[in-house]
Design a protein around this ligand. Sequence first.
Ligand SMILES: CC(C)(COP(=O)(O)OP(=O)(O)OC[C@H]1O[C@@H](n2cnc3c(N)ncnc32)[C@H](O)[C@@H]1OP(=O)(O)O)[C@@H](O)C(=O)NCCC(=O)NCCS
Length: 164
Amino acid sequence: MPELKQLRAGQASAVLAFELANRAYFAASISDRGDEFFDHFTDRYNASLAEQEAGICAFYVLVAEDGSVLGRFNLYDVEDGTARLGYRVAERVAGRGVATATVRELCRMATEMHGLRTLRAATSHDNAASQKVLAKAGFVPDGPATPADLGGKAGTWYQRDLRP
Ligand SMILES: CC(C)(COP(=O)(O)OP(=O)(O)OC[C@H]1O[C@@H](n2cnc3c(N)ncnc32)[C@H](O)[C@@H]1OP(=O)(O)O)[C@@H](O)C(=O)NCCC(=O)NCCS
């Protein structure tokens, strides 16, 4: 049974393998991380851990029984009870409800572990899969997202009130 775990130093090589194996798949719907991300992966990874330690972000990985990473689910800019959600799921498990179930789980954890009351997420108009994930996880449209928000594409901001 895959488990959603908070990012730790020991997961670096599994996260890199996930990003490399799915780079082209992700780049078909969201902006590519760029060669710089891969060239300086360890520095970037350590910087993310420091941001997490400081409480600015909370990074989660969905880990399979064999230790491989199936997905990344991240909470950015945690402030005043709100954070921005981002996620990506491995191509090899696409279309099986992994993103939907994990976003739902993270919504629960966002309240319990991080005291959040609201989550926001932006997705482009052409990312139908992500729009479906957000709608099924209880997010509602909340205004336009600009190309600056979405790496060059226009889209929509979604919001979910986490309070029961
Ligand atoms: C978006 C993403 C996370 C979805 O992951 P997933 O685990 O395959 O998602 P789920 O299986 O939970 O749900 C996907 C839904 O979109 C639907 N879908 C998939 N591709 C679609 C398409 N091209 N058009 C319309 N619907 C589509 C699926 O049928 C499913 O809906 P259903 O459950 O009603 O059948 C994954 O495709 C991904 O990582 N994409 C690249 C990164 C990305 O776009 N991240 C989101 C940034 S906002």
